[in-house]
Write a protein that binds this ligand. Structure first.
Ligand code: NA7
Length: 543
């Protein structure tokens, strides 16, 4: 796969998921020579790897779709409210074909190192295929949830039977018929796959450390009321998404949970619940992510829903989250998740009460009991947001590594760039709204911003760009201030880096909203590349 390799290009892009594909298309159209490097043997990123049963997007297809080309929007029709992984992967392949992208993507190639060559003002890039190439600019489009966490469980390597990870699922699929299966982890990947594995397996045992909040997705055809605004005026709908809080058009409520009566609570909660969408349920009240008492109204009502479905009261209790506020870990969307625990072949093991002593050759030892399994599934999550970036040995000016600079947490300007790393960009990097938003909207905004930035640099006769320390410190302060007034920092979530042992505990995304963030990025441009030092043959400029 892939076409002839230019050893020296204008831009190297790491990753051929939705970010990398759009970057390639956009930059190519602007006359840049681009080389995309991709570990997998095809496009798709997240949707290439996460092939576990039941894998679906949690943003509706009306919104989780590219909008940069109106003709693309009419050329592709999504089949359901929430797309399955195979359909999203087909879409990525369709986009790659339509814009002839594969000829500039080198597949089966892992980027190992990128070093800034200050004498040449270029990035020198080393890959697993031993190819060496150089580029004026380096863009990480390597995804936010792309490096699965190594199982931090005693005896993890001992099991002799097949072991699967939801984030690295075999392409040919897995048949669990007649088997005793263990699933470890009850985040989104666990919650989506458990109902389907339970239907197939002879016995399924779910190992749960922290119960999550999940709401029924209500999947099916796209509802007419969701289709209508898009069909009435697609441009207006997409524009509203760009200037919305989370990348899906919605009118944020002004109603506070703590100041409104129980009938309003019930009415607003039920209406949000019925949509089967994350953004309404995360926005039942204006203050639910700010104050525990308001949050508790929503959390309590989700727990009531769980109790209403799960027959065994003890199991219902175990499945009800208690130690984190609603929304401080990303809630899940499910199809029959809680119902699965009413099946006779499904057992829930509470790891808070009985931690895993060890994984053994034949199964899992827990609380003095040795359980035998035919297969183990890890649904244990990712080294989110920073994992894929620091996995590459990125060395900037004066031998400083990004990993070293970020040892106490990622430091960025707008989640886009980092001081000491000239001509280095990240799409949906830490410090940007990314994982708190509709990724498609955030990806397009970043790609457009980076592309425009490179065009300005070129037309201004400049060759290097880097943020100033003041601008970076200012963004970090603002970003942390925004997080500090919310309940997010209280949870042991992957947003906080708390799911990976030893990872610094800092809130990784920007919580101020897609709209506020876009405004900040636009203002940087309007004020003459504010906070950016740009230099080259035409001199040096810094605002
Ligand atoms: P998540 O959401 O990080 O979930 C991982 C799950 O695995 C979660 O329940 C963890 O419990 C559990 N886990 C992790 N490590 C262990 C160990 N050592 N022992 C027991 N249980 C463990 O990852 P997902 O892949 O499900 O979803 C990631 C995102 O993808 C999701 O938010 C959506 O945006 C799409 P914990 O909560 O840490 O106690």
């Amino acid at each position: 796969a892939g076409g002839a390799r230019a050893a020296d290009v204008d831009v190297v892009v790491v990753g051929a998921g939705f970010a990398g594909l759009y970057l390639l298309h956009k930059l190519r159209g602007l006359g840049f020579r681009v080389q995309v490097l991709e570990t997998a043997d095809d496009v798709g990123g997240t949707w290439y790897w996460n092939r576990y049963p039941g894998a679906r997007c949690d943003i509706p297809t009306t919104d989780y779709t590219y909008s940069f080309d109106p003709a693309l929007e009419t050329a592709w029709t999504w089949s359901e409210k929430y797309a399955t992984q195979p359909e999203i992967l087909r879409y990525a392949q369709f986009v790659a074909d339509r814009y002839d992208l594969r000829r500039d993507i080198q597949f089966n190639t892992k980027v190992e190192a990128a070093h800034w060559d200050a004498a040449a003002n270029r990035w020198r890039i080393r890959t697993s295929t031993d190819a060496k190439l150089s580029a004026q600019h380096l863009v990480m489009a390597s995804g936010c949830l792309s490096v699965p966490k190594t199982p931090d469980i005693p005896g993890a390597g001992r099991f002799q039977g097949p072991v699967y990870s939801t984030g690295r699922w075999p392409h040919q699929g897995v048949d669990f018929t007649g088997q005793r299966v263990a699933v470890i982890g009850t985040g989104s990947s666990g919650i989506q796959s458990i109902p389907l594995i339970a239907e197939q397996a002879a016995q399924l045992t779910v190992f749960q450390r922290t119960p999550n909040y999940s709401i029924p997705a209500g999947n099916g055809p796209v509802a007419p009321e969701r289709r209508a605004p898009l069909e009435a005026n697609r441009d207006a709908y997409r524009l509203a998404a760009k200037w919305s809080r989370a990348g899906v058009p919605s009118e944020p409520t002004q109603i506070y949970g703590r100041y409104s009566p129980p009938d309003v609570h019930a009415e607003r909660f039920e209406a949000a619940w019925k949509t089967g969408e994350l953004i309404p349920i995360l926005g039942v009240f204006a203050d639910q992510i700010l104050f525990p008492d308001s949050n508790a109204i929503v959390a309590g009502k989700v727990r009531e829903k769980i109790r209403a479905v799960v027959h065994n009261p003890e199991t219902a209790e175990l499945l009800s989250p208690k130690d984190h506020h609603f929304g401080t870990k990303r809630p899940c969307l499910d199809t029959g998740y809680y119902q699965t625990y009413n099946r006779p072949n499904v057992r829930l093991v509470d790891l808070r009460r009985q931690p895993i002593t060890s994984i053994t050759e034949t199964g899992i030892d827990v609380g003095g009991e040795s359980m035998r399994f035919d297969a183990i599934v890890y649904a244990t999550g990712f080294d989110a947001m920073t994992g894929a970036i620091v996995a590459v040995d990125i060395t900037g000016r004066d031998g400083v590594t990004l990993k070293g600079k970020w040892a106490a947490g990622p430091i960025t300007y707008l989640g886009l760039m980092s001081v000491g790393f000239p001509n280095f960009f990240m799409v949906t990097g830490p410090g940007s709204p990314s994982v708190l938003s509709n990724m498609m909207v955030s990806i397009e905004q970043h790609v457009d911003w980076i592309s425009d930035c490179l065009v300005r640099l070129r037309s201004d006769g400049l060759s290097t760009i880097e943020p100033t320390p003041q601008a970076e410190a200012g963004w970090m302060q603002h970003s942390q201030d925004c997080a500090a007034i919310t309940l997010f920092p209280s949870a042991d979530s992957w947003y906080m880096g708390a799911n990976v042992p030893g990872k610094p505990r800092v809130f990784l995304p920007y919580v101020g909203g897609v709209d506020a963030y876009r405004k900040a990025c636009d203002e940087v441009v309007a004020r003459g590349d504010l906070g950016l030092r740009r230099s080259g043959p035409a001199g040096e400029r810094c605002n």
